[in-house]
Design a protein around this ligand. Structure first.
Ligand SMILES: [Mg+2]
Length: 362
């Protein structure tokens, strides 16, 4: 193992169209781009990816490959440090960290495969499986589409479900409230309701909407205001009963430290915050502040790293990613009884690129 070096690094960009145009409170999209990294050593292939833009692939090939190539597989922490150092002049957050994240996860996967163990065995386990919540409910959906989506989540055993609100930058609050009522009627009284405004509201709007959400028994109010408005998050959190959550744009532990006291639950995204290495760092910062973490998007990748995270609340089973990940890879962990887990008998995270996914190559 100690002699094994990374012999080859490759990066490919896949573009998965959505079934129809989708939107949340502050963004519209028609496809999801996966930037996929593979690392090879000793006949094994490690696989990681980030949901980003094609530009992340240029960072992987143009900046990170020279740091990674020929590096001993055992030197993962040193490689993580040096990838960030190599990108200093690009600002080592945002797009750069999305690229670093994909490489880091491929590197962890490769290391586990060469050791002949699963990633949960390498990280260690504090639970056999993690709770997921159904996530989607785009503002572009009508009631019939939402009802169908909720029925799918119920069939999968989800005990919590999240929809998007804050439509058109907070300019359609009556519809936001109508959709929350619809969610309650479709989901039933035994399901935990969650909403995500994606930063659409002003602090005042968020307090008023939050009062309605409290009356509806909603327990999770995500990005009621922009995550850049940390003071605004604190104001909203002090005014509502539901938990305030944010953190999906965190790139590094410093970003975690800025946000952690302004939320009830900190969201971390391994495809953005530095891969599995960054996720574990962020979870440790949150633990130091007595906060739980919730894994944002990319459920197939988070199933592997969260096995060892003591202060984990749940994993987001995001509709776009739940749909595309089984098309991108073989061996994606499945949701059963509202939970997800990596099987014990796989190497690494157990996933491999599907040749059939080539038709989505950008
Ligand atoms: Mg969100």
């Amino acid at each position: 193992m100690s002699a094994a070096v990374i012999e080859r690094i490759d990066c490919r960009v896949y573009d998965f169209p959505t079934p129809e145009p989708e939107a949340d409170g502050t963004l519209e999209w028609t496809s999801t781009t996966a930037v996929v990294v593979t690392l090879e050593s000793g006949g094994a292939t490690g696989l990681g990816w980030t949901y980003s833009a094609g530009a992340a692939a240029e960072i992987v090939i143009g900046k990170l490959a020279e740091v990674v190539h020929h590096r001993p597989v055992d030197e993962l922490p040193g490689g993580w440090r040096d990838m960030r150092r190599a990108c200093r002049n690009l600002e080592s957050r945002g797009l750069v960290m999305q690229a670093v994240s994909a490489v880091d996860m491929a590197w962890w996967d490769l290391r586990a495969r060469l050791l002949g163990v699963s990633l949960p065995a390498l990280f260690g386990r504090c639970r056999a499986r993690a709770r997921v919540y159904g996530s989607g409910g785009f503002t572009t959906m009508d009631d019939r589409q939402l009802e169908q989506q909720v029925a799918g989540w119920r069939a999968a055993g989800c005990s919590a479900m999240k929809i998007k609100i804050g439509q058109s930058w907070g300019s359609a609050i009556d519809r936001d409230m109508a959709r929350v009522r619809a969610l309650r009627s479709f989901a039933g009284d035994d399901v935990e309701l969650m909403v995500d405004a994606n930063g659409a509201y002003s602090p005042g709007q968020a307090r008023r909407v939050g009062s309605f959400l409290d009356d509806m028994g909603v327990t999770w109010f995500e990005e009621p205001v922009s995550s850049e408005d940390v003071a605004g998050l604190r104001v909203v959190r002090a005014a509502v009963r539901c938990d305030v959550a944010a953190g999906e744009y965190i790139s590094d532990p410093a970003g975690t430290a800025l946000l952690v006291d302004a939320v009830d639950c900190l969201q971390l995204d391994a495809t953005r915050c530095g891969g599995f290495t960054g996720f574990l760092q962020g979870a440790a910062v949150a633990a130091a502040h007595n906060r739980e973490v919730s894994a944002h998007c990319a459920p197939s990748l988070h199933a592997a790293v969260t096995s060892s995270v003591i202060n984990l609340r749940n994993i987001e089973w995001f509709a776009d990613h739940a749909r595309l990940e089984p098309e991108l890879v073989d061996g994606a962990p499945e949701v059963h009884d509202g939970h997800i887990a990596v099987a014990d008998d796989v190497l690494g995270h157990g996933m491999s690129l599907r040749p059939e996914a080539d038709r989505y190559l950008a």
